[in-house]
Design a protein around this ligand. Sequence first.
Ligand code: C2O
Ligand code: CU
Ligand code: CU
Length: 428
Amino acid sequence: RDVDGVRRFQLNLRPGRTEFLPGKRAATWGVNGPHLGPTLRASRGDRVEMRVINGLPESTTLHWHGVRVPAEADGGPHQIIGPYGMWVPEWTIDQPAASAWYHPHPHGRTELHIYRGIAGMFLIDAPDAPDALPRAYGVDDIPLIIQDRTFRADGSLDEAALYQDRFGFEGQTVLVNGTYRPLLRVGAARVRFRLLNASSARVYQVGFTDGRRFHLIATDVGLLAAPLEVDRVQLSPGERAEVLVDFAAGDRVTLNSLGEQPKNTAGDGKADGKDDLDLLAIAAAGRLTRAGRMPSRLSADPMIEPPPGARVRTFVLGHHDINGKIMDMGRIDEVVPAGSTEIWEIRNESFAHNFHIHGVAFSVLDVNGAPPPGHLRGLKDTVLVPRAGTVRVAVTFSEWSDPVRPYMFHCHFLRHEDLGMMGQFVVV
Ligand code: C2O
Ligand code: CU
Ligand code: CU
């Protein structure tokens, strides 16, 4: 934080080289380093300035996914930073505590730029988070960025593999925080993991090899009302979850993902649809720092109530289109009043898709007409829409009006997004 009270961040996007497979090097991109980027952290009320310097040989953008920002600071496809150019957005953080993230968003190239390694976490602190939650970064509060990759025999990233089918890419290897075959040693009896699915198209069902139960405490952009005991959490591309996991001294366990991929159940993948993967080996120390009390309440108001007579807009998801249209940078699809709360009804008439809205938080009102399951009862910015299913969400839009610069809504399966499964709205 500078003398003028502004918190300044400098983000240098640059090419580098990374050793994923032992003894082999791959060309990668990163932020302030060769691969991935630093965890950004700011508190509600902070004025932040992001100095983004593009040291890459091509144009890109940097989007703050899950962060409430004015449209001009959003980093969507309109805020292009040319090669060796700079972009310096500034805004005041004003939202509940959240695990947001950042990634490039150049139209048609988002998947490739994330695949090469531009992504990182953006943690927002706010007074609404109870003190009893683990909060020692890297000690008992640990971000886990989950991404799948395919490597060539020489250890380089296989980029051609991204484009082998129109549904999307599932890599042969899963990295956590950019690490191949990761091992985490924990020294605390209770650890908070901030899980982020930063993959192209894979949906993870995250849990543990020994089936242990744990507590879900937050969804994409906010805490739940109370911890929810679960044994798996589902994460589609772009989604986050915060969980509290208890360990005993000497525990050896692996974080894994079990289950089916929507791609496969759509009939164009592996016959049995199975997709079981190990994500992260965990070894607990012989002595662990004791866990505090599990907070019984987390957030006083985790849901958005739509006002009576709220405007309803309908979005029909086709194969790679929304309402029969594909993305046109010059077309505004929706005009929304600043500060309003609306109901967006998202109907999926195709295979699996999810739906992400920029610059907002939303609540899931129902899934196929039924009240949302517990794990969807926190603030979200991205939601999986089941095949042939309907999800209704209550969305509150920002107070920043800008009739010219749009925000995006889109499917976060990155191949779909790049193929144009995206639309634009302005807030006025
Ligand atoms: Cu995470 Cu428009 O994206
Ligand atoms: Cu976003
Ligand atoms: Cu999609």
